[in-house]
Design a protein around this ligand. Structure first.
Ligand code: MRU
Length: 354
């Protein structure tokens, strides 16, 4: 991706070869600020406070965070404590657990003095693989967009997406956005409906990305999707996910489920883009996924340019951050290993990946 004219990833190793840089997503799209992480505490706070966010990015930051923790205390007790400190930052995205376990497996057999460097190197591999996986997801999704474009004979393909599953949420490309970028780059006429995604407005991040890439898009309130589908103004929905369970249920940002219901009612295909790191065959169904409940302040206030906040209610609020879309509402899963039309095909496709 390209930001302020420079080609970069969403997470990078700083010139000292050890610290890592990320964009502070709390300030986007208004301000592009980089922040440097070099201690486990900083990495944990960045995840918990959503300075960094999106399932694959959370995993990448946690992997580097574990390396930082091991530099401070590489003992077995230190390894367990660092894993726990990072694990509790956010409960829903399985990529966090996946990345910690992957790094833990690599470093546990090593002598303590070798652990921090090995963890850092493994975190780097996780990042490189994430870029490749998203690119492959992009190629798979591109085929789906091409097929719709062929039917529409030059009229724009209208894609609706929810939340931000873009390059900010991953190391590069994004999951749901990778097909969009590739389609746009190959000259397919495209228009993206970007759900605002209250309360954190991740849609503003998606809009920021699409604008930077020159992809035509419109920012819509979360409740507009149903009408647009009813009017035939949506050709397909593509969303990312924080966890897909063994039965194919999809946990993603709150509001995804309503879009899937509307899509089914109006015969609009509903695609879920995921890397294998987001697949959780150890969890049976969506009902078993811990749904993060965030501060009510996120709902009681709306935040705007410059971080200005305005209170919209004094009533008690609930703020569940994710919901579950049943597998039966998913047209297909777009993965780095190909496209799966159902949970069984997904399990077969991702067996041995990740
Ligand atoms: O709370 P967030 O912003 O971390 O939630 C992000 C999402 O729900 C994304 O859709 C998901 O993590 C996929 S990102 C490729």
């Amino acid at each position: 991706m390209r930001i302020e004219g420079a080609v970069t990833r969403s997470i990078w190793v700083e010139p000292d070869g050890w610290a890592v840089g990320i964009f502070d997503q709390r300030l986007l799209p208004w301000q592009v600020e980089r922040m440097v992480l070099r201690e486990i505490g900083g990495a944990a706070v960045a995840i918990a406070d959503m300075a960094t966010r999106g399932a694959p990015m959370i995993g990448a930051v946690a992997a580097y965070g574990l390396a930082f923790g091991l530099k401070a205390d590489p003992s077995d007790e230190g390894l367990a404590a660092s894993c726990e400190q990072l694990r509790v930052t956010r409960p829903t995205a399985v990529n966090l657990l996946w990345a910690l376990e992957r790094v833990r497996r690599v470093v546990a057999p090593l002598p303590p003095a070798a652990r921090a460097a090995a963890a850092h190197a493994e975190a780097g591999r996780i990042c490189d693989e994430d870029v490749a996986m998203n690119r492959a997801i992009g190629e798979g999704g591109l085929g789906l967009i091409r097929a719709i474009a062929a039917r529409k004979a030059g009229a724009p393909v209208n894609v609706l997406t929810h939340c931000n599953a873009g390059w900010l949420a991953t190391v590069d490309w994004g999951t749901a956005t990778a097909p969009l970028y590739l389609a746009h780059d190959e000259g397919i006429a495209l228009h993206v409906w970007v759900d605002e995604t209250r309360p954190r407005n991740q849609g503003a991040l998606t809009a920021f990305e699409l604008a930077g890439h020159g992809v035509p898009h419109s920012y819509i309130v979360d409740n507009a999707g149903g009408l647009l589908m009813q009017q035939g103004a949506v050709d397909m929905v593509i969303v990312g996910t924080d966890r897909v369970t063994a039965n194919g249920d999809v946990c993603n940002k709150i509001g995804t489920y309503l879009k899937a219901l509307a899509a089914r009612a109006h015969g609009v295909p509903f695609y879920v883009a995921l890397p294998s790191a987001t697949y959780d065959p150890a969890t049976a169904t969506g009902a078993d996924v811990p749904i993060e409940e965030r501060s009510g302040k996120e709902v009681a206030f709306v935040a705007g340019e410059g971080g200005h906040k305005v209170r919209v209610t004094r009533s008690p609020v609930r703020n569940p951050a994710f919901d579950i879309t049943p597998a039966s509402l998913v047209t297909a899963y777009i993965t780095e290993a190909g496209i799966a039309a159902g949970p069984e095909a997904l399990a077969q496709l991702l067996a041995g990946q990740g």
